[in-house]
Design a protein around this ligand. Structure first.
Ligand code: GLN
Length: 283
């Protein structure tokens, strides 16, 4: 229990905001989100109950979260959830935190995927299951295969599929295509690791706390993409498509890798910051 003097929710948020100034670019939002999480109440409730005095046990929990946030821990790991494509996904430090930019890949995948046929979709390196779940939800007739080399990630993705009541996804432990011999798909999607090892970004912000396995990929950041693009033609049906997320500066390198596989019908799509973010190749 806390020996702290009584404090209202509004004052608590104000104090936490100041505590987070040096460690976060969004101190007020962080404080509000973390207090909502502790109280298990929506923001509207919090904003209309600012005068209410915080319960001692809530104060203890909230202060502990603020202290962790001060060390830079991502909000999504502190609350254990992140919204993606209107799905509330459980996340843990075993998985990359889903990014809004990856919704661009989902949008483009949906352009390609017919809604009235039993198509087969593969999500390589599914992590929290973000891409797989979004596609399974939007295309109920599709069968989505979601693979990851991390058992801990697959556990999270499976939990998310259960919560979302999606039955058209199967989960397989696989290092990229290793457990998928002989299987072919209409669409292969992936948000693989694509940051170069040693890139200073890995030492900043949320990335410091996210799994290296999901972020870094060889000296040029292209190791996973190279492997995926090389192997994809062995796993695509006729008229199949490969859609991969990549770094803002990897558009040309990815296009070259696709060319080398004879995948000449290509397109690159831009993210919410208008940077090249995912590339499509049709077989
Ligand atoms: N887009 C992530 C970033 O913040 C990287 C994700 C990835 O490597 N797949 O840099």
């Amino acid at each position: 229990m806390s020996n702290e003097p009584e404090i209202s929710y509004a004052d608590l948020i104000q104090r936490a905001k100041q505590q987070l100034y040096d460690s976060s670019e969004t101190p007020r939002i962080d404080a509000e989100v973390l207090l909502q999480h502790v109280l298990n109440k929506p923001l509207a409730w919090l904003l209309t109950h600012g005068d209410q005095i915080a319960e001692p046990e809530h104060l203890v929990d909230f202060n502990a979260l603020i202290a962790r946030r001060q060390t830079g821990e991502p909000i999504a790991y502190l609350t254990g959830v992140r919204e993606f494509w209107s799905l509330e996904l459980a996340v843990s430090p075993a998985v990359l935190i889903p990014r809004p930019d990856t919704e661009v890949l989902v949008e483009q995948a949906l352009v390609l995927l017919p809604a009235d046929r039993a198509i087969k979709v593969l999500d390589l390196g599914t992590g929290s299951g973000a891409i797989a779940l979004a596609l399974a939800k939007e295309r109920p007739l599709a069968t989505v295969t979601a693979v990851d080399s991390s058992m801990a990630a697959l556990d999270i993705a499976r939990l998310n599929a259960t919560t979302a009541q999606l039955k058209n996804i199967e989960f397989i432990k696989s290092d990229w295509f290793s457990a998928l011999e002989g299987q072919r798909f209409n669409l292969i999607a992936a948000n693989p690791p694509y940051v170069a090892e040693g890139d200073p970004h890995l030492g900043r912000g949320d990335l410091r706390f996210e799994p290296d396995l999901a972020l870094a990929s060889g000296a040029d950041g292209l190791q996973a993409l190279r492997h995926i693009i090389e192997q994809a033609p062995n796993h695509l049906e006729d008229n199949g498509a490969l859609l991969v997320e990549h770094g803002y500066d990897q558009e040309d390198a990815v296009a070259r890798l696709m060319d080398q596989q004879g995948l000449s019908r290509k397109r690159c799509f831009r993210d919410l910051n208008d940077l090249p973010r995912c590339s499509l190749a049709l077989i």
